[in-house]
Write a protein that binds this ligand. Structure first.
Ligand SMILES: Cc1cc2nc3c(=O)[nH]c(=O)nc-3n(C[C@H](O)[C@H](O)[C@H](O)COP(=O)(O)O)c2cc1C
Length: 434
């Protein structure tokens, strides 16, 4: 078996292992969810396992009804949180999620470059175009996906220009002669575009010469094309290996069409890991986590993604592609609605089966429910099949599952020759180049 390069592995700090009913477990530590100590502890564990990065997804809205039965997406601001983690770690990459739909690029360029300084070159930017939250920013409707991606492309370009506008090389710091920086190298960007007008330069020099890694999530054709033009890695929703192979092939070809090398873009599917010491225990963990999942909420989400209303369907009735109305024009995430249509067309599941699929309950992520051995087998299989360049670990079910990922799965991947034993560099970009 030959895989060539080592895998790149990140872990979500979301924390996914407290979702569903898992936050109610005695050892969940959920009381400390809004403290930096909670996340510093996780990041230190992930750094001890030599992961490429930890990252924090983000949303700029709150579903108030959902707080009744779980923490959901209420969270600390990711960039501020990662700045506190930066002070307590020294090698692991710190990937912040910032939406291009609601923020101004000058602020984002400065925040991410600040995180880069505070962490000595370990910042990364997860570029999202957001799913909701328009009313928190004075917009009566969510801009269409097409508009959001157009804005994202211009946004990323402006941020890149701002990062170059005060290059590290301009810093001279010569006390004798009183030369702090060379102003001839610090230039305005004078950007006048469709969405932004930004003069520049940024009021913060670049930290070193190495570019800050950009990660993207969103796999509609527009999303893939945007990712292929700028992203160093893509956070993928791929519920099965074939979805990973197809998307990886497509993204690599699109990167080449943009004049980049196929290897410049790493494909990292999310991987939900419900791990325990036996398969039966792992299945219990999964079942307990989802025991009280609100059926009405799942049915509403299927209706929103596909237009199909299953509320009156018997649970044993099979759903076929022909049952689906034409795709609704303005779905929040084309990625997720396409993956849901795909599973209906491929598997014709019953209503009960569909309601437990990762496309409905797990953001359409690849899912392993079993022992560490089971996870290793699947990871090897996906890697040799060309379905991924690594993954973003989303441990599920309990704290014990997260610990198994970091304390057993990662070392086993090292033994198998699939993952680094030690960091070879000090920056996030170094880890992605390993
Ligand atoms: C795997 C994945 C993770 C995402 N994470 C976030 C996130 O943390 N915050 C956010 O606002 N949007 C997130 N998104 C939404 C995307 O940025 C994008 O707005 C959405 O998927 C619509 O684009 P699409 O039509 O290409 O799917 C995510 C999407 C995917 C597929």
């Amino acid at each position: 078996m030959s895989i060539g390069k080592k895998l790149h592995i990140g872990m979500s700090l979301a924390p996914t292992w407290l979702s569903g009913d898992a936050w109610r477990r005695a050892d969940s530590d959920v009381e400390h969810l809004y403290s930096s100590e909670f996340y510093i502890d996780l990041a230190k564990r992930a750094e001890a396992a030599k992961l490429d990065f930890v990252f924090r997804p983000d949303a700029l809205f709150l579903n108030a009804a959902a707080v009744e039965d779980g923490p959901g997406f209420a969270s600390l601001d990711p960039t501020i949180l990662l700045a506190s983690i930066a002070r307590e770690t020294s090698r692991i990459g710190l990937l912040s999620t910032v939406s291009t739909t609601f923020y101004p690029p000058y602020v984002v360029a400065r925040q991410i470059q600040s995180l880069n300084w505070i962490s000595n070159g370990r910042a990364g930017w997860n570029i999202v175009t957001a799913l909701d939250g328009n009313e928190n920013f004075g917009l009566s409707a969510m801009p269409s996906a097409q508009e959001r991606y157009e804005r994202a492309a211009e946004f990323a370009k402006v941020v890149g220009l701002l990062w170059e506008s005060y290059p590290h090389a301009a810093l001279k710091v010569q006390r004798e002669g009183a030369h702090y920086a060379d102003p001839s190298l610090v230039k305005p960007i004078n950007h006048q575009g469709t969405h932004f007008s930004v003069k520049g330069p940024l009021n913060l020099p670049a930290c070193g010469e190495i570019p800050i890694p950009l990660i993207q999530a969103g796999a509609s054709p527009a999303g893939r094309d945007f990712a292929a033009s700028v992203a160093d890695a893509v956070f993928l929703s791929a519920p099965d290996k074939e979805a990973g192979i197809e998307q990886r092939k497509d993204l690599r070809a699109r990167a080449e069409a943009h004049g980049r090398k196929a290897d410049d873009i790493r494909i990292l599917p999310g991987l939900s890991l419900y791990l325990a010491s036996s398969r039966a225990q792992a299945l219990d963990l999964f079942a307990e986590t989802h025991a009280r999942l609100d059926k009405a909420r799942k049915i509403a989400s299927i209706r929103e993604m596909t237009g199909l209303d299953l509320s009156q369907w018997p649970t044993d009735r099979r759903i076929r592609l022909a049952d689906l109305p034409p795709p609704p024009p303005n779905v929040r995430s084309r990625t997720h609605s396409d993956l849901l249509r795909r599973v209906i067309s491929r598997e014709e599941p019953t209503v009960a089966e569909l309601l437990m699929r990762p496309e409905v309950i797990g953001s359409a992520h690849w899912q392993v429910i079993g022992k560490v051995d089971d996870a290793i087998e699947q990871i090897k299989d996906w890697a040799v099949s060309g379905a991924m360049d690594g993954f973003i670990a989303l441990p599920g079910g309990a704290v014990s599952s997260m610990r198994l990922v970091l304390e057993e799965l990662a070392p086993r991947l090292v033994e198998e020759g699939l993952f680094r034993e030690e960091y070879s560099g000090a920056t996030f970009a170094d880890h992605l180049r390993d």
